[in-house]
Design a binder for this molecule. Sequence first.
Ligand code: SF4
Ligand code: SF4
Length: 555
Amino acid sequence: MTSQRLWHFFGGLRLAGHKAMSMKEPVKAAPIPKQLVIPVQQHIGSAAEPIVKPGERVLKGQMLARATEYVSAPIHASTSGKVVAIEERPVPHPSGLPGLCIVLESDGEDRWKELQPHPDYTELDPSALRNVIRDAGIVGLGGAGFPSFIKLNPGPDNSVDTLILNGAECEPYITCDAMLMQEHPRRIIDGLLIMKHALRAKQCIIAIEDNKKVAHTLLVNALHEHEAEFIKIVQIPTIYPTGGEKQLIKVLTGKEIPSHHLPINLGIICHNVATAVAVADAVELGKPLISRIVTFTGELLSKPCNLEVLIGTPFSDLFDFCHYQPKESERILMGGPMMGFIIPDNHIPVIKTTNCILVQDKQKTSRPPAMPCIRCGRCADVCPARLLPQQLYWYAHAKDFDKVQDYHLFDCIECGCCAHVCPSNIPLVQYYRFAKTEIWAQEREKKKADLARRRHEFKLFRLERKKQEDEARKRRKKALLQKAKDTGGTEKDSKKAEIEAALARVKAKREQQSRQRKNVENLTPQQQQTIEAVEERRRRLRNIGTTESTDKDSD
Ligand code: SF4
Ligand code: SF4
């Protein structure tokens, strides 16, 4: 262990861990389900766009949907089989709304597409590395789901001093990262080295909470093999939510990330340990992100565990595999007890950000009815983002979405500390999620309205331009008629005269230009001859063009 000075972040809670129950056995591979339901939106940013059609056969690892914009991530087939539908299905999201999914029927062969590994990542420059990571569909596996290649691109004006690998896993019950650190410590360091290469970072820190002693020891041993002096493994106090990006940076560096700023503004980048393994697999083995470790836990389960699950596996298949039958008296959460949400349907699929499935007793865990806010201020005392949760609640409740943003709603990390201590049992985080969703919806509507307005304005501009061109044409025709009348000729004669005059103007201009030619001094006789031959050809072509135009015009 490397000793390092540590700082405290504001607020937070000391919570019971409930972690040991799911760490008794090694990670087991969940079976390939008969049918996989793969949502096209499993990340922050724009949904991916399907590039396969129902009826199409696909191989494991084949891209099913491509990224549509910069902030987006492609989706891949988790096994080989046949696409049987592309339709809306229930998906894991706090809103409970369905989402577009690619439904894949497995053929049982689990046949990979041809992979393109890069065993020596140092042969790739940072930009090529980022492309590999982008095409592998890797997103932050700590829960946020932000496309990782973007966070591996500091931009031309930033340099990265410290790359932090987040192994804190601070939320109770969740142990998928702890198990990963115990079982694949070397792979984590492999991924960290690739990320360091992509970022050209000066130093790296792997941060682990001090309640994960085994994982810490195994990582320290793995690091000794690499002899990488620029990597430190640091144990940090177990305080929730120390795994939040800003909180972790504060603990490790003492630096506060101001509102509306990113860690890169201070030369810091944070990634999750599981993301590092996904990066190592993508670069060194050529494998896209098609599976992850999921903690399946809760006191009501006979055998809480960690499972390696293919993305798109329905929760219900995992329940069958673990011999668990959901009951009316229970509720199932995706995520932990602080930041998780109740799932709308037992058939929703595991996605890239599914770190935990938690089964709880409804009676023991349901909150008493909410009471009015008594302005006790306890919520503000524990808020790690130094917000005023009661004010946020007040304005979110009143649907005053301007005011709620003045109180920095978007700095809220939805950690749930405020709701946890509220004596009035107000479901504060639900109000913040509601306000965020509404604001995003309003912004989307505004963008749509702006686009429609710009299209309408362009249409009006086009119509006006056409009107002016028509009028100009009419005026020209009228003038020609008048000229023909004045000279006693026909309209055709006047038109011909106009064209001839225009051609004469062009010819005069060309001759002037050729007189002004440069770089023609001190030519050899041979060069002079070549130029004359070219000029002669040009003259001939011009004469032919003139004759043809005049002929056409007189037809
Ligand atoms: S903790 Fe609850 S009751 Fe107290 S101020 Fe905050 S919201 Fe109001
Ligand atoms: S949920 Fe938001 S407001 Fe509440 S304590 Fe966490 S960061 Fe603060």
